[in-house]
Design a binder for this molecule. Structure first.
Ligand code: NAP
Length: 348
């Protein structure tokens, strides 16, 4: 691989996900942020003047003085990370791909398109083959899943492979940064739980079926299981917690389930991609773990923490997952996808 870094542009650079891209790409060995773009309200201003920076590290020096551009497909960088609001992401991302850009998106708009990979590099790297079906000439769109779906699919993948899964029930407690910036009003969320997140339950019930599906004859055969999801917003800054119940096809035991989780390792680990977690799954034996404040940053925020595996009275087993919504569930997950694409020479 060439030692020169690939220049990248961030669309939606001022938002919750855009800021994470900028933070995670600082000193990245393969990619360098050269351009930032956002809405007309921000365009023309220096990044440091337009952004309300809410990350715990300072704005990287190379980015803070960049002038924000419009989200038009006339940027110099060919690799585009999109953290755009979904009201405009669909149209803008298609316009970039049509002009030959490689778009890696966090937004929901293209996730379920038949020719667009919904990519989790540890689970379905072969879905990248779908790019060949796309109508964007040299450009392409690759998407990453919803920020709660990612934790669930990483936990389920080894279980699907080892024991077969029939049914899943999941109840989420989702962090505030998942609602973007400024997100949910403090008067709504302090001392409260909001048992509704628009569109989230439908995404949790459909996206895993595509992600865990098989690439076959130029398309994806969805995994045929049933998922029931209930999604709640809670007063946690970052990190989504999920209480999961699973019914298996094959009889198994607590020990066997822990073993397949602990041994789970995949292509990003084999390829030693820079953002890959050492272990995609970390299992905790402590009776009161995992917890978002303690475990969301595990393995660079790129792994899922799992605990409380036990037998269930309705399904077979139940357990609890924590994953970081703006790292593994957004910017970090998208960067890992681009690393996989670059290592497969899908990005020139
Ligand atoms: P956000 O904080 O609201 O940021 C939205 C970004 O889009 C801002 O940079 C904003 O720029 C830009 N934007 C809004 N309207 C625009 C327009 N008309 N033209 C150009 N740019 C425009 O949202 P977010 O939480 O970062 O989420 C971004 C996307 O990622 C969404 O589609 C979301 O569903 C998805 N996602 C979010 C998470 C998460 O945990 N937050 C996880 C996974 C996926 P200005 O500042 O200039 O308005």
């Amino acid at each position: 691989m060439s030692s020169e870094k690939t220049p990248v542009a961030i669309l939606g650079a001022t938002g919750s996900v855009g800021q994470r891209f900028i933070q995670l790409l600082d000193n990245h060995p393969w990619f360098e942020v050269k351009e930032v773009a956002a809405s007309e309200k921000s365009a023309g201003k220096k990044y440091k003047e337009a952004v309300n920076w809410i990350q715990s590290t300072p704005i990287p020096g190379k980015v803070s003085d960049l002038v924000i551009k419009n989200c038009k497909p006339n940027l110099k960088s060919k690799l585009i990370f999109s953290g755009l609001d979904s009201s405009i992401a669909g149209e803008v991302e298609a316009a970039f791909a049509s002009k030959g850009y490689y778009v890696v998106s966090n937004s929901k708009n293209h996730r379920m398109d038949n020719d667009v990979p919904l990519l989790v590099p540890e689970i379905n790297p072969e879905h990248l083959e779908l790019i060949k079906q796309q109508k964007y000439s040299k450009g392409c769109i690759v998407t990453i899943p919803n920020c709660s779906a990612i934790g669930l699919v990483l936990a389920l993948k080894p279980l699907v492979d080892a024991f077969g899964v029939e049914q899943v029930s999941v109840v989420t407690m989702q962090g505030l940064s998942g609602a973007g910036y400024p997100g949910v009003s403090s008067l709504d969320i302090i001392d409260n739980v909001i048992p509704f997140i628009g569109g989230e339950e439908a995404k949790m019930e459909s996206e895993p079926l595509k992600i865990l599906g098989k690439y076959n004859n130029g398309g994806i055969e969805n995994l045929k299981i049933k998922i029931s999801a209930q999604c709640n917003r809670v007063a946690v800054m970052d990190g989504h917690t999920e209480c999961v119940q699973v019914k298996f096809k094959k009889k198994t035991s607590v020990e066997e389930i822990k073993e397949v989780w602990e041994n789970f390792s995949a292509e990003p680990q084999k390829l030693k991609l820079p953002s890959a977690p050492e272990n995609p799954i970390h299992y905790f034996e402590e009776i009161n773990y995992p917890q978002p404040r303690i475990h969301r940053n595990i393995d660079k925020g790129m792994a899922v923490a799992i605990g409380r595996l036990r037998e269930d009275t309705l399904f077979d087993y139940k357990f609890v997952i924590i994953s970081h919504n703006t790292i593994r569930g957004a910017a970090g997950g998208a960067i890992l996808c681009a690393e996989l694409m670059k290592s497969k020479r899908l990005i020139e």
